[in-house]
Design a protein around this ligand. Structure first.
Ligand SMILES: O=C(O)CCC(=O)C(=O)O
Length: 288
């Protein structure tokens, strides 16, 4: 028995992306929102990135231009480590059932983060694929982007290129630097295929790790908050240092350990971990 229908499962493998409503309960959604609202309030008291994660990098990432009056908290790294609400959703929400239907039965946790676009903040995400940031022996690796707010055409929705997970892995290295983006020509070549993923709060967008995606700034007066958790098949092993390590990394979320490793064939340059708080700085450093 699966939670997703066969049609939804087929759609995911065909398009590399699937949005499903009601991935969390109303209670879970309210709790996620409440915790995040407190983090935004706290951010008003800071001028620079702050907090600390397992590898010493900051936990709370502020968009340039952030101020007490106009907070622009754009990222909370590994929220599950500091919030039972986020840890519980990561382990137990319906999202987990969906991911099990796609790459289960046994799945592990790779990393988690909140990406936020507060009204007035310029936060954008340049087009990239996730796999080149986090190569594993096989690509059964799913990014689950949970809509903590309603996501509309105006508030900076995720933009994806359906089917691109079946295409090449593009280089994210430019001018000798890992910029965490694909070349402008790659985006231009796919321009007419870009689809915006909108939906009501509580929906989840499940994305294959090789799918081309990005997102534009929030042009509305409503926030756009995503809780993003990445899961992988238990028989995949990481090939580079985890770029967002936490005490929960590699936790077995469902199923049993198999003692096996499965490999798929691919060829790519290894990524570089950001020195700064997150990939937002890597992407910005690659500009110009
Ligand atoms: O926040 C977004 O719109 C996209 C998130 C994303 O692609 C990422 O954080 O890797």
């Amino acid at each position: 028995m699966t939670t997703l229908t066969q049609e939804q499962i087929d759609q995911f493998w065909r398009d590399g992306v699937l949005t499903v409503e009601d991935a969390v309960s109303a209670q879970e959604l309210n709790a996620l929102r409440g915790v995040f609202a407190n983090w935004v309030e706290d951010s008003r008291g800071h001028e620079d990135d702050y907090g600390e994660t397992l590898d010493g990098r900051a936990r709370f990432d502020l968009e340039p231009g952030h101020s007490a009056e106009s907070p622009a908290l754009r990222r909370v790294q590994s929220p599950e480590e500091i919030s039972d609400v986020y840890a519980d959703v990561m382990r137990n929400a319906r999202t987990v059932d969906f991911v099990v239907d796609l790459i289960g039965p046994a799945i592990k946790f790779h990393h988690g983060k909140v990406n936020s676009k507060l009204p007035g903040a310029a936060t954008k995400v340049k087009f990239h694929q996730d796999f080149p940031f986090q190569p594993m022996t096989n690509d059964d690796l799913i990014t689950a982007l949970l809509f903590v707010d309603d996501v509309t055409l105006e508030n900076g929705p995720l933009e994806v290129v359906p089917g691109s997970h079946k295409g090449p892995l593009y280089t994210h290295w430019h001018g000798g630097k890992f910029t965490g983006t694909v070349a402008d020509e790659v985006v231009e070549a796919h321009q007419d295929k870009i689809v915006k993923c909108t939906g009501k709060a509580g929906s989840v967008c499940l994305m294959h790790s090789s799918l081309l995606h990005g997102s534009a700034p929030n042009l509305s007066d409503k926030p756009r908050t995503l809780y993003i958790a990445t899961y992988y098949a238990e028989d995949a092993i990481e090939l580079s240092e985890n770029h967002l390590p936490s005490t929960l990394t590699h936790e077995l979320i469902r199923g049993e350990p198999s003692g096996r490793v499965r490999c798929s064939a691919f060829d790519m340059l290894l990524p570089e971990k950001p020195d700064d708080t997150s990939f937002f700085a890597q992407q910005a450093a690659g500009e110009g």
